[in-house]
Structures are given as structure tokens and as C-alpha cells.
Write a protein that binds this ligand. Structure first.
Ligand code: N01
Length: 480
């Protein structure tokens, strides 16, 4: 059948992963469209102070391209971005990327995807989206936000031209981002105000530095990299991933570590205000080594009165107090349910992605959609994105997608899409399993979809990988 033309949308970590796998399989008619002017996805967009991956570096990397040079147990964001840049060059992917070009729509017609980009049309036999999960910043609907006279920016759009030293800075939000910013920034502004709506549990995670000797040893003995990868994979799989999905010693252990960590806060009033109302891990678990030290500094204040509105000089809380500030940082998270959109996808019979997902994003086995032939997603709905390495998940999904593309190349199929029945069976199994997870134990989080259920994988990441290793051909409608 010849080689297919493949279009990948997005040149972040998962788009690169897919492109590398295709290249290694000898498939060269591949284009990655990237709307920004640089690659790296979330590691390009986020540049806030303290940006660190909270998955250990030895596991948060491609299993086929480990990096002996990681400087820390948890790598700083710029180091991960450099790593992705180097990988793109090493595997010759950069030449395949068309930067500054947004895919706005795609329609499946006559067996091909007709693609509309901001630079003109294209066509492909396969359309693959690698558009990420946390891509669209969510701005809070706080009255008067526009009235503030000083600079205001979202954490994922950090304005590095704004000086912070010696000024009064407010951070709204205490998710992973707000915690990392606070831990790093404390001490730079003359006053740092952290506006907390809901306290969150913090797993103690001091960030150990890898010394020159360790790095040299890893360079000389690649087996150490492989061992490091397997070790962190095993710890996360056997402890954290289990704790999320069922009761047991793992859940008790992580809960106890978080509670003990909170005792580092010596002032009983502050400790009470930092005590979350829910179970550890109900919201995405935050890992940090320095947060409780930061919030106990005299120049840091945790404000727990609700924000009433913002005015020209600062933030006014419900008790009527005006907190005067110079800079306002919104670490208020992302719209995690805007998968793939705003791209318009349409099938030959007029089905749209918008309509297919009107009740929330649903997929077949996290990677495919019924009625959408030769279309696959990386990091699609219900991917195991908890606290696991998204790179390991992308690799499993890319291998699965590559399997279908190879079948196409071998002439075994011309088009493939999962059946509606198989997709419904998969989603109904998931709906049954989700209430058993810790994420439904009674908290609001970005994990929860419209139906109140988490849009997450309710089993172990290893089960996700093993599901994708064994495709069920009967679940697909194929032609050719
Ligand atoms: O966003 P979040 P994030 N008034 O949605 C608060 C990943 N990540 O950017 O809890 C006041 O978790 C909101 O309060 P509440 C990771 O997957 C990874 O921090 O809703 N406050 C909350 O405190 C993470 O989970 C790394 O009551 C308002 C905060 O804003 C995900 O990104 C590093 C508000 C939002 O927290 C998102 O984290 C960083 C309002 N109107 C992030 N609206 C890694 O290391 C919202 N909030 C891999």
C-alpha cells in the first residue's frame, strides 16, 4: 500500500514521541504542526519561577533516550525543555515540524483527512493529535480583575519583564503550580501573599541534587540509567498508583506522610488553615520540599479569607480588608476538559467532535474515537495522568497507534475506527470503577468532568500499557 502520510498536531512531548516512533519504523512522510514558534508543549509554555517536574527525572524521560545528565531528582522545567529540544535534533524531528501553524479543522472525506491550517490546506491518511491536557489557562471569574493597576498574568504566561524583587506580590491558587511558585519566590518580593481557597495536602519531596560523580557514573554506565528508570517506575506503580485506586497500606502510608509533613507548621492557627478538608490525593497530590518552610517566613502571608473582588490597588477579601499589592499572579489552573479543541473535526457523514463530546470527552481505550477513521489521540480522555510519568503513557499510546499504521502500510486495512459498542463497553467499565478511586472521596478538582466523575484512568498505569499492547481487532470497524 506504500507509506501513509501522517499529520501530528502538536510538537510537545507526546507529539515528539509519536514522530520518533514513526521515524524508527521507517515512515518518513510525517508532518508535525505546531502553533507556537518552539517545541516543548507545557515545558515551553510554563516558565514560572520554581517550575519543576514532580515526577522523578529518571522516570520522566523517554525510555529509549535516557539522559545521564539530570541535575536533580526532580528536574527544573528548563532542563526538561532542553532535553526535548536535544531529542528533537538527535532523532531528526525538527525538520518535520512546521512551526507557527495552527490546525484549525479537519474533515475525513474519501478516505483521507483534509486538513485546514492557518497556512493553508494539507491532507493525510492518518491524523494524530498530541495537543496535551493542561493547555488552556483558566482565568478565575473574580470581579474587578481588570481594574487592578499593576501587572497581572497567569502562571503559564509568566511575564519575565515584571520585576518582583522588593515588591508586593500576590499568588492566587495553591495547586502544584502555586505551591512551586511560592516555595521558590519566597524571599524575593518584600511581601508575598498566597491566596488559598482550599488547602491541599503536600507530600514531602526534597529535591536531591545529583553531583558530578553521579552524573559521570551515569554517563559511563548506561545501565544505571535503565536501573534508575525501572526503580522509579516500580516505586510509583506499586505505591502511588495503587494508593489512588484502592484502599490499602499504600493509601495509609501516603496519607500519614502528608499529615506528618503538615506538622512542620509550628503555629497552630496557620496549621489549621493549611489543613485540607479532604483526603490526601483526592485532588492531585502535590509534592514539595519547601512549601511549609516558605509559608512560615515572616514576609509570606497565607490569606484564607475568600477573595471578594480586585480593585486598582489590590485584592479585597470577604472581611472587607484590602490587601495592597504590586503584582498579581494567577496560578488558577487550566481547562483540562478542552481536549483537542478548538480544532473542528468532522467525519464524512457530518459527525463533529464537538457533538461527540457534548457530555464530556470520551474515547476508546484513551486513544481512538468511534466514527472517526484513522484518527488517534495521544493523552486522550481518561489517560492515566494522575502522578505517573506522562512520557511512559505517551510511549505506550504511540506504540499502539504505530501498530495500526503498520497494518495500513502492510495493506491489511485501509480505514479503522473503534465501534460505538466497544467504546461504550470500555466507558461503562470505567464509570463502574471510577467511584472506587480516591478522586471521588469528596473534593472539587480539575479531574472531575461534567458528570462529577474523574476523567482519569481508574486502574493502574501498567494495566493501561498492557491493554494497549494487545489490540482487540474485533472492537474495530475496518475496510480494505
Ligand atoms: O492548577 P490547579 P495548577 N479564587 O487546578 C485555585 C500539573 N502540574 O496549575 O482548590 C481563588 O491544581 C484553586 O482553588 P480550589 C499538575 O497535574 C504539574 O496548580 O479549586 N482560588 C487551586 O488552588 C497539576 O495538578 C507540575 O479551591 C482559585 C488553584 O487555583 C496541574 O498541572 C507542576 C480560583 C488551581 O489549582 C494543575 O496545577 C505544576 C478563584 N476564583 C502543575 N480559581 C509538575 O510538576 C481557582 N483557584 C508535573
Amino acid at each position: 500500500m506504500g507509506d501513509p502520510r501522517v499529520v501530528i498536531v502538536g510538537a510537545g512531548m507526546s507529539g515528539l514521541c509519536m514522530a520518533i516512533k514513526l521515524k524508527q519504523a521507517g515512515l518518513h512522510d510525517v508532518t508535525l504542526y505546531e502553533k507556537a514558534d518552539a517545541l516543548g508543549g507545557t515545558w515551553r509554555d510554563n516558565t514560572y519561577p520554581g517550575l519543576t517536574c514532580d515526577v522523578p527525572s529518571r522516570f520522566y524521560q523517554f525510555s529509549f533516550a535516557t539522559n545521564p545528565g539530570w541535575t536533580h531528582l526532580y528536574s527544573p522545567g528548563p532542563e526538561i525543555r532542553d532535553y526535548l529540544e536535544r531529542i528533537a535534533d538527535r532523532y531528526g524531528i525538527r525538520e518535520q515540524i512546521v512551526f507557527g501553524t495552527e490546525v484549525t479543522a479537519a474533515r475525513h472525506d474519501d478516505g483521507r483527512w483534509r486538513i485546514t491550517t492557518s497556512r493553508g490546506p494539507d491532507e493525510a491518511d492518518f491524523l494524530l493529535t498530541a495537543t496535551g491536557v493542561l493547555h488552556h489557562p483558566r482565568l478565575p471569574d473574580i470581579p474587578g480583575l481588570d481594574a487592578f493597576e499593576g501587572p497581572t498574568f497567569h502562571s503559564a504566561r509568566w511575564d519575565h519583564d515584571v520585576p518582583l524583587k522588593g515588591r508586593r506580590v500576590a499568588v492566587v491558587g495553591t495547586g502544584s503550580t502555586g505551591v512551586q511558585i511560592t516555595s521558590d519566590l519566597a524571599g524575593t518580593p518584600s511581601r508575598l501573599l498566597l491566596f488559598q481557597r482550599t488547602a491541599q495536602w503536600i507530600l514531602p519531596a526534597p529535591n536531591r541534587e545529583y553531583g558530578r560523580l553521579t552524573r559521570a557514573a551515569h554517563r559511563r554506565m548506561p545501565v544505571l540509567d535503565r536501573l534508575g528508570y525501572r526503580w522509579h517506575e516500580a516505586v510509583i506503580s506499586h505505591v502511588l498508583s495503587q494508593a489512588l485506586i484502592k484502599p490499602g497500606w499504600q493509601r495509609r502510608l501516603i496519607g500519614a506522610l502528608c499529615r506528618r509533613n503538615l506538622n512542620k507548621v509550628t503555629d497552630p492557627d496557620l496549621r489549621a488553615r493549611l489543613t485540607p478538608p479532604d483526603e490526601p490525593m483526592c485532588k492531585r497530590l502535590i509534592a514539595s520540599g519547601g512549601f511549609y518552610d516558605a509559608v512560615q517566613r515572616p514576609d509570606v502571608e497565607v490569606v484564607t479569607d475568600a477573595i471578594d473582588h480586585v480593585e486598582a490597588r489590590g485584592v479585597v477579601t470577604a472581611d472587607g480588608r484590602l490587601h495592597e499589592i504590586d503584582v498579581l499572579v494567577l496560578a488558577t489552573g487550566f481547562d483540562a476538559h478542552a481536549y483537542v479543541r478548538p480544532m473542528d473535526l468532522t467525519t464524512s457523514d457530518g459527525r463533529t467532535l464537538e457533538a461527540a463530546w457534548q457530555d464530556g470527552p470520551r474515547a476508546y481505550q484513551t486513544v481512538a474515537l468511534p466514527g472517526f477513521p484513522n484518527f488517534f489521540m495521544l493523552m486522550g480522555p481518561h489517560s492515566p495522568i494522575g502522578n505517573y510519568s506522562l512520557i511512559a503513557i505517551a510511549e505506550a499510546q504511540a506504540d499502539y497507534i504505530l501498530g495500526w499504521i503498520r497494518r495500513w502500510r502492510a495493506g491489511l486495512v485501509a480505514s479503522m475506527a473503534p465501534t460505538a459498542d466497544a467504546t461504550e463497553r470500555f466507558n461503562s467499565d470505567m464509570r463502574e470503577a471510577l467511584p472506587r478511586t480516591i478522586w471521588t472521596s469528596g473534593c472539587a478538582s480539575w479531574y472531575l468532568g461534567k458528570d462529577g466523575l474523574p476523567e482519569l484512568w481508574p486502574w493502574t498505569p501498567r494495566e493501561h500499557a498492557s491493554m494497549l499492547r494487545t489490540p482487540v481487532f474485533d472492537d474495530f470497524e475496518t475496510t480494505g
